[in-house]
Design a protein around this ligand. Structure first.
Ligand SMILES: Cc1cc2nc3c(=O)[nH]c(=O)nc-3n(C[C@H](O)[C@H](O)[C@H](O)COP(=O)(O)OP(=O)(O)OC[C@H]3O[C@@H](n4cnc5c(N)ncnc54)[C@H](O)[C@@H]3O)c2cc1C
Length: 380
């Protein structure tokens, strides 16, 4: 069985920032990154299509804001991405829509002070560039870790059927799935894997982490993806994002619409649908997905009245289905940074659920990965 110095679970912005920053610090660690998805990106992944090789849709975050100034080590991590053009300012228009379907100025989270940044050609490109900063790094995609065990000074990781397994001296969780009770109902798991791996009372710091997470909640999003084909409008004239006002959200149960031009001129539309609080289990999921798809499609003609070219394109659009983000953004109980590394169990945490500027956003994910890298490097 392969043995590593460090196993990072999750190849989203936090896990990739951790790996990328460790590489910049010339870390001696032999690292493996394990990711349930087919490629890197996590909630900044870009959806592909088997029948259409050039298709890429930012079906999670379409961009993010960055504070000014950023900590110098975060700037150092991002500098190569800015130089290569993978991370760029997004100056395409962001507009608001009110409950009558009229255009209003975008405000609040839709209009961050420092503007929007995005990945080019797509959001996944950011993580795709961060990972190879360490040429020796091993990646394992399409594998969801289900079982964790901590014994003899090693972490043992395995997938659901225990057909794949590895061991590592240190473990980092960049998502909260293995530590949060939400996995019990959603994945029909009988236990919280991290709790089973280190029993209560063995590591008080880890107990505090698990207690903290237990109370944390996240927003759910149901994102409908549509191929609108070629739209009768210059791409430059289309907004990148259309944010609904509070009253409009109440009316249509939608947070925003994202317009994603494709390399061949077609337009993809992503509708960020709000959650109605329906309980979800593996059994109820398929029917709920269909229901959400119908509801979101139904409100679009009214919602897009202010952009006739997009409204017209709906008539010949193809639905590419709904993606459910069970934890699209954490809402409360940020994990204190002092708990980011539990040295006695050799387990650490990074992600947008760690406290700090931009909590719940891409910025927090990047910052937390960079901060943890510095701590691991200092301790090595
Ligand atoms: C619809 C949507 C809209 C958003 N809009 C914005 C926005 O406008 N601005 C903004 O700043 N942020 C936005 N966000 C939030 C932003 O995407 C996240 O804050 C950021 O991407 C989090 O990165 P992360 O690395 O912490 O987590 P993730 O990207 O979730 O990465 C964690 C990774 O771990 C993997 N993983 C978890 N458990 C396991 C396991 N057991 N085995 C294997 N792999 C595992 C997951 O598959 C995932 O890829 C949005 C998110 C969503 C979903």
């Amino acid at each position: 069985m392969a043995e590593f110095d460090l196993a990072i679970i999750g190849a989203g912005l936090a896990g990739c920032s951790l790996a990328g920053r460790l590489a910049q610090l010339n870390s001696p660690f032999n690292i493996v990154v394990i990711e349930a998805g087919r490629g890197p990106g996590g909630r900044t992944a870009s959806r592909r299509r088997r029948d259409d090789i050039n298709w890429r849709v930012d079906h999670g975050a379409p961009g993010f804001s960055l504070s000014k100034p950023l900590p110098p080590d975060v700037e150092t991590l991002l500098e190569p991405l800015r130089i290569s053009g993978t991370l760029q300012r997004d100056s395409r228009p962001v507009i608001g829509v009110d409950e009558q379907g009229g255009v209003v100025p975008a405000t609040g989270a839709a209009a961050p002070t420092g503007g929007w940044w995005h990945g080019v050609p797509c959001m996944a490109s950011i993580c795709e560039q961060l990972l190879p900063m360490d040429p020796g790094l091993k990646t394992q995609f399409g594998t969801r870790v289900r079982w964790l065990d901590h014994r003899d000074g090693l972490w043992w990781l395995a997938d659901e059927n225990r057909g794949w397994s590895i061991s590592a001296r240190r473990l980092v969780l960049s998502g909260s799935l293995l530590a949060h009770p939400r996995s019990l109902a959603m994945l029909a798991w009988s236990d919280v894997p991290l709790r089973s791996a280190v029993r209560a009372g063995v590591d008080p710091q880890l107990d505090e982490v698990l207690h903290h997470l237990q109370n944390s909640q996240s927003a759910v999003r149901w994102n409908l993806m549509l191929d609108l084909g070629h739209v009768n409008s210059d791409q430059q004239d289309l907004p990148r994002q259309i944010w609904l006002t509070e009253a409009a959200r109440k009316r249509w149960q939608v947070e925003r619409l994202v317009v994603h031009p494709q390399s061949d001129g077609r337009i993809a539309l992503v509708v960020h649908g709000l959650d109605g609080g329906e309980a979800i289990t593996p059994e109820s999921q398929p029917a709920l997905m269909k229901q959400k798809e119908r509801e979101l499609q139904h409100c679009l003609p009214e919602l897009l009245r202010c952009i006739p070219a997009l409204q017209h394109a709906l008539t010949k659009s193809t639905s590419l289905g709904v993606m459910r983000w069970g934890a699209s953004q954490p809402l409360d109980h940020p994990l204190p940074t002092r708990l980011q590394w539990c040295s006695s169990s050799a387990v650490g945490f990074c992600g947008d659920w760690i406290e700090g500027p931009g909590f719940g956003t891409a910025e927090a994910a990047i910052r937390s990965g960079v901060e943890l890298a510095e701590r691991l490097q200092d301790a090595s």
